[in-house]
Write a protein that binds this ligand. Structure first.
Ligand code: ADP
Ligand code: MG
Length: 715
């Protein structure tokens, strides 16, 4: 196929490197990595097998020549004919118009960018083969920038693959790279034949056959079965992928089961005093909910074992996870060990710190605080407390995992809002355990629950506890979607709330105006609200403020001195001010669903009826986009975090829902948990058999599919 542009001289070097990369050879030594190599690596295409497993998005049919009269507008077709007319038109810009007649009809080829070589090949009288999308145009049927070359020549026997690619990686080079990767890769079977016939929904071809077919399918295939991935070749690949995932999950589970952690049995000082947990329970101003009691027990059972706990505590915003964490910490400290609690933001860490101090200090526990903004002197004191073991509990932000922080005997690591941390950070916290060869117990907490299908497939190595009950006395939050044009009504509502002694959050998405997005920013909103509400204190909180200032603003709001807090999303996680009863979210259409739910969870924490107003603006568009509408609708219809998570998954799909960084799980590229449930069931059954009966095949299988990424599953 002819490329419209011959490479310009300055492109020659780049092109040589591209070709080398495509052929799988290293680029010429004198050069750094070529853009194409970088682009290949960015797509994760490093090994031959990675290239072989890089499957087409769709196909183009160059195997047939159609008659123009038989083709419909909108179709991508290939035809051959004679050039009957060629002219350069100068309208608003120069363009080349070429008319081709195939005997049944004519078609105009239109080029806005063209070179003399175009004109030459497409000169009157030439017979050409043309491929592109057919459209009805002013001059009759036409194609914009079609592919073309001289007519004649062999037709390919297979469909032409179109691969997912990125900028700097032309389709032709990627095709060559994949082709050579496919030729060189070791595609020997890793799944023993008996496992494939066992309960397999469909008889499946070999991996080699499946791959060769999917890269170059024969034209007689029903395209539908390739598009919906129901073709046996697709089934085969999806089965392989799911199996790799299940095996690596199982491996991770076994590795962990072989590790040792301190068993946190009972108090070190037996005798008259009752356990720290009992003392804490006595001091609490409330009774635990049934869910908190049940979950507390699940954690306690784990902590008494010598196998490190790996537990996710999921509970909707406001369900009371902090006290559960405090009880676990108390058990750990009572047994003579240290506990660390890590939170994603300073505000949240600060809030945990003051709450835990009020609960635990009266019981004689010393709590150390670590944060990025700490003065060196304070930090030195804290580090000493931690190293000597005087501090039973350490609360902080990422500062907790810095090298300088040395624990005397860490046995329990608690991570709040765990989805805000990356895998590396979780691993770093675990590595703070210094007792030879042991691992600390790990408790992760989140308000973003994991839907069941995901839990089954991504988190096989995770025990899950669920707080499915809110503390009593909470009134449901009424959520309203309001057009930004009706802002004044919202301000009137704020006034009414203030008159009742309530406090209000107002959240904005951006702190500075950007040229492209005409957003009303937090600063402007703050100024406008201060003017509209002259009798009360309106505060401003955003991420670019110095930490000390943030803390000062936050404490004014917590103490009730400040009536309205305008902020960016820094208040998203964990902030707890029960007297706040109205949450206004500006440009709600710009937020993700779980983020909206988290924000809304800042209100409805006290006994007063609470409300959430989702202000939206459509900008220049007549109405909101479909996805944004679906999100806002979900917010109005349900206040249940689990239902929100389910809808979020529905709107976004699992890949985006988890996000590789958040979950640390290798994403499924091909399989779909819903539609491929039967294959998933097969993989779950076969994975342990593979590990037990064919460990080396299992190893090879995981390496082939996950490469180095399998490690992440163990975090
Ligand atoms: P989250 O699960 O969102 O982290 P928190 O732990 O911040 O929730 O708890 C929310 C609020 O509910 C806090 O003010 C907390 O003290 C209070 N709380 C927790 N458990 C109970 C309970 N059993 N009864 C009454 N209030 C509770
Ligand atoms: Mg919390």
């Amino acid at each position: 196929m002819m490329q419209p542009a011959a490479p310009a001289p300055e492109q020659a070097l780049k092109t040589a490197a591209l070709a080398a990369a495509a052929a799988g050879k290293p680029a010429p030594k004198t050069q750094a990595k070529s853009p194409a190599q970088k682009a290949l690596e960015k797509l994760g295409l490093r090994r031959d097998i990675d290239l072989a497993l890089h499957l087409p998005l769709r196909y183009e049919d160059e195997t047939r020549i159609v008659r123009l009269v038989d083709a419909r507008d909108g179709e991508v077709v290939q035809f051959e004919g004679e050039v009957v007319h060629s002219e350069i038109l100068i309208r608003s810009r120069r363009q080349l118009l070429v008319t081709v007649d195939d005997g049944s009809d004519t078609c105009v080829l239109r080029f806005l960018n063209f070179y003399p070589s175009h004109q030459k090949t497409l000169s009157v009288g030439a017979r050409v083969r043309v491929r592109g999308e057919l459209r009805g145009g002013f001059l009759g049927r036409e194609m914009m920038h079609p592919h073309f070359k001289l007519a004649g020549g062999e037709l390919p026997g297979a469909l032409t693959p179109v691969y997912p690619t990125s900028a700097g990686l032309p389709q032709v080079y990627l095709r060559k790279a994949v082709l050579s990767g496919l030729a060189r890769a070791d595609l020997s079977e890793t799944i023993p034949a008996p496992f494939l016939s066992q309960n397999m929904p469909q008889r499946l071809s070999s991996l080699r056959e499946a791959l060769q077919f999917l890269h170059h399918p024969t034209p007689d295939v029903a395209l539908q079965t390739l598009e919906d991935r129901s073709h046996p070749a697709w089934q085969r690949l999806k089965a392989e992928e799911l199996l790799a995932q299940q095996i690596s999950q199982l491996q991770a589970r076994r590795v962990r089961a072989a590790m040792r952690a301190p068993a946190l049995n009972g108090p070190v000082m037996r005798g008259t005093h009752c356990t720290l947990q009992d003392q804490l329970l006595e001091r609490l101003p409330f009774r635990l909910t049934n869910a908190q009691q049940r979950v507390g027990l699940e954690i306690e059972v784990d902590l008494k074992k010598r196998i490190p706990m790996h537990r996710l505590l999921q509970g909707d915003v406001g369900s009371g996870k902090t006290v559960v964490a405090a009880l676990a910490a108390a058990r750990c400290i009572d047994a003579g060990w240290q506990c660390a609690l890590m939170a994603p933001t300073e505000i949240l860490a600060e809030q945990h710190f003051s709450k835990l101090i009020s609960w635990l200090e009266p019981l004689g526990i010393t709590i150390a605080r670590l944060s990025g903004s700490q003065k060196p002197k304070e930090r030195r004191q804290m580090l000493a407390l931690i190293e000597s073991g005087a501090a039973g509990l350490v609360v902080g932000t990422h500062a907790v995992i810095q090298d300088k922080v040395v624990f005397k005997n860490l046995a329990l690591a608690i991570i709040d809002e765990q989805h805000r941390f990356g895998v590396a950070q979780r691993l770093a916290l675990r590595s703070k355990m210094t007792e030879g060869g042991q691992e600390p117990h790990l408790l992760m907490m989140t308000a973003t629950p994991i839907p069941r299908t995901l839990a089954m497939s991504y988190y096989a190595d995770l025990d899950v506890s669920t707080l499915d009950e809110l503390p009593p006395g909470r009134t449901p939050i009424v959520t309203k979607v309001v057009n930004d044009a009706r802002r004044d009504e919202v301000v009137a509502r704020i006034q009414a709330q203030i008159a009742e002694g309530r406090q209000i959050y107002w959240v904005c998405p951006l702190i500075e105006e950007s040229e492209s997005m005409d957003l009303v920013n937090a600063t402007q909103t703050h100024a406008a609200l201060s003017e509209a509400l002259p009798d009360v204190l309106v505060g401003l909180l955003h991420s670019r403020m110095p930490v000390a200032e943030k803390k000062a603003v936050m404490s004014l709001f917590t103490e009730g001195v400040m009536a309205v807090l305008v902020s960016t999303t820094v208040i998203e996680v964990g902030v707890d001010v029960p007297n706040a009863s109205l949450m206004v979210i500006e440009h709600a259409e710009r937020f993700g669903l779980s983020q909206l739910h988290q924000l809304r969870g800042r209100v409805g924490r006290g006994a007063a009826a609470s409300a959430c107003v989702l202000l939206y603006s459509t900008g220049d568009a007549p109405r909101l986009g479909e996805v944004a509408r679906a999100r806002l609708k979900a917010m109005v219809e349900t206040g249940d975090g689990f239902e929100i998570a389910r809808r979020d998954l529905e709107i976004r799909g699992p890949g985006e829902f988890l996000g590789a960084r958040q979950s640390g799980a290798a994403m499924l590229r091909f399989a779909d948990l819903e539609t491929d449930a039967a294959l998933l069931a097969w993989a779950r059954e076969v994975a342990p058999l593979m590990l037990n009966q064919h460990p080396e095949l299992a190893e090879r299988h995981v390496l082939r599919w996950l490469g180095g990424k399998a490690d992440y599953l163990k975090a």
